[in-house]
Design a protein around this ligand. Sequence first.
Ligand SMILES: [Fe+2]
Length: 392
Amino acid sequence: MQKGYQLLSQSQLVTGRGSVSFLAEMGKKRAAIFYDGRVFKEKEKERVANILNKGGCECRFVADIQNEPFFGDIERALGAVREFEPDLIAAIGGGSVIDTAKAAWLFYEHPELSFEDAFKPFQIPPATGKAILAALPTTSGTGSETTCCAVFVNEKTTQKQLILGFPIVPAYAILDPDFTDTLPDVIAAHTGMDALSHAIEAAVCVASTPIVKSLAIEAALDLFDYLPDSVGADVTPEKKKTGREICHYAATIAGIAINNSSAGLVHALDQMGPYFNLPHGLVCGLLLPYTTAFHSPHDTYIKLAKRLGVAGATDTETCAALSEYLWNFNIRVGIPTCFKDLGIAQSEYMEKISDFLSGLDSSMAANLSPLKPSFSQAKEILEDAYLGNKPF
Ligand SMILES: [Fe+2]
């Protein structure tokens, strides 16, 4: 994946409040819209349809994606897309909506492509130009709007499986913070912690370059500064709006950073998420202090801790202070510090640890993290994360 040069963002970024209007300026005739019906209701549909219609573009809302997508969701959405024959596929939603649109776009462009071949990493065929893919994130976390990855759950095994390949990077990432203003605080917190995990993991990834590190560190610092405003119940509406906007951009920057390096150990150890049906961002945030402690000491952690003003007398103390900062940051934004506190039965969790770690050997995220844990080290991290044992 890594060459001697990098195209930092394959997606053209369109930013600013009201930037949804850009959809009408693309000169397209038929837009198939993917959305999440829980948050994108009739009034919003009407607003977007009006914008497109005024630009001479017919639109149809083809797929309502409300869960982490299963394989079956791709097939259902694809049927509706093929029937409508769009020249623009727009995903307005969180990571699940965007990921399903990526997959449907891929199979729409390549009707001959098999499911099996689509899931072979970095082997998918290039775009044909039949339809342009645009992503308009309504949450601020997954970074899916600029990444080459789409995550699905195999309904038979409950395991996550990825489509990986640069052709599925959306041609446009339209970052309109207006979509995030009505997001419930708890979703803003979960998705924000997903973004923070991406930022910190990209910053320490062994494949990271100086420019990726810089982007990742600045995104992490913006999230540390503005996520509490973005999720606080007692924050003024104006402050919250600013917080939401900055977190929205930071999440995309963090997404660009992982797309040019890799996510890390948190994302290699997160298989309890789909098993216990936990939000991805909650799991990421919860695991982050534990994996940070495992990778400590690390130069980038020292840099971050210094920028946060929590440096200690030694490198070890400074990195421990960063883990502690992350632990307290979780409490501040409403993320539990251990799985036990979520009411998950200890016996079931401990029994399943081997299953959660079954993909560790082949995990790109683990392999590109600063230090790949052995099975017993990874098991210890997951045990600590259940019990709330601070490893720092
Ligand atoms: Fe993530």
